[in-house]
Ligand binder design. Structure first.
Ligand code: ZN
Length: 299
């Protein structure tokens, strides 16, 4: 059992995208740049810088172009963005984004709310986006939203999720991600789905995007690690949530995840003390207490 655990986990930091997209206080471009620098100083090697979405719907992302033009891209760090459509992809192409994330929802109801399209329509669009992004020399992560259940529909049959995964794999992505968009997953379900997806994904790396809505976030990370997953989306402080999902709560927190990994002997390449420092700094800027727990310990 123990031998199957990955020795190193890659953290894909999403605080600048999922983390703040729902926050009322607008984070300034300058503060975002400071945060990106602080995170890379801590040893984070994958950072989701922004999404390219309608700024009317997600005002927090309105400065995407400005931010990308100012980010000091360091060697060995991957700077990523999320896109929903062709317009978003074209914006990302102009900004020199290294990796774009393209997602399809396994829930018909969420798909319509999120992208105004059925799952099948969203899949066709995703195919066009992946082809075009690859043509522009970008890496593409494709993902399945609501892979573990949906706030609107409840349980999503595994067969439906697997169908979406198989259809996405046909587009030849560089990575496939299972997203627990509203935080419905449990560890037993995670193990089953991850095992199945790894069988069909072959050499395509699998990442997990988890939310801590019901407090099962880290238990789900542990379950996934035991099935060989080595890339996780986390958000500094545990901030986050999808604006199109009722009751969606924070992402799993970067510092709590890193702490658990280090305590269990798994490397992340991240300096936890510095990370907690960066989180407290940002907590003060946002004027609120973040959900992350490890930072509350006296260190
Ligand atoms: Zn999310």
């Amino acid at each position: 059992m123990q031998s199957r655990l990955p020795q190193r986990i890659e953290i894909h930091e999403v605080v600048l995208r999922d983390g703040i997209q729902n926050e009322k206080k607008l984070v300034s471009t300058n503060q975002k740049l400071k945060l990106i620098d602080a995170l890379t100083d801590c040893g984070v090697r994958r950072i989701e810088v922004s999404s390219f979405v309608n700024p009317r719907l997600v005002p927090q992302m309105a400065d995407a172009e400005k931010l990308w033009s100012m980010v000091r891209q360091r060697k060995g760090i991957m700077y990523a963005a999320l896109i929903l459509n062709e317009k978003g992809l074209e914006r990302a192409m102009r900004c020199g984004v290294q990796q774009v994330g393209v997602y399809v929802s396994a829930s018909e109801t969420h798909s319509r709310k999120n992208s105004n399209a059925s799952t099948a329509e969203a899949m066709r669009e995703a195919g066009l986006l992946v082809g075009k992004a690859h043509g522009a020399g970008m890496e593409v992560r494709t993902g399945v939203m609501n892979a573990f259940g949906c706030a609107y529909e409840g349980n999503i049959p595994q067969a439906k999720v697997i169908k979406v995964v198989k259809d996405l794999l046909k587009k030849e992505p560089d990575e496939i991600c299972l997203a627990d968009t509203s935080g419905m997953a449990n560890p037993s379900q995670v193990r089953k789905l991850v095992k199945r997806v790894r069988e069909i994904a072959g050499a395509v790396p699998l990442s997990l995007h988890l939310h801590n809505t019901r407090g099962l976030g880290l238990a789900n990370v542990w379950a996934a690690i035991n099935e060989g997953v080595s890339i996780f989306d986390t958000s500094l402080g545990g901030l986050g949530g999808c604006p199109f999902i009722i009751g969606a709560r924070g992402n799993i927190s970067t510092e709590d995840t890193v702490n658990m990994l280090h305590e269990t002997g798994i490397e992340t390449g991240i300096n936890l003390d510095m990370l907690i420092g960066a989180s407290s700094h940002f907590e003060r800027y946002m004027g609120q207490k973040f959900p992350a727990m490890v930072s509350h310990l006296a260190r």
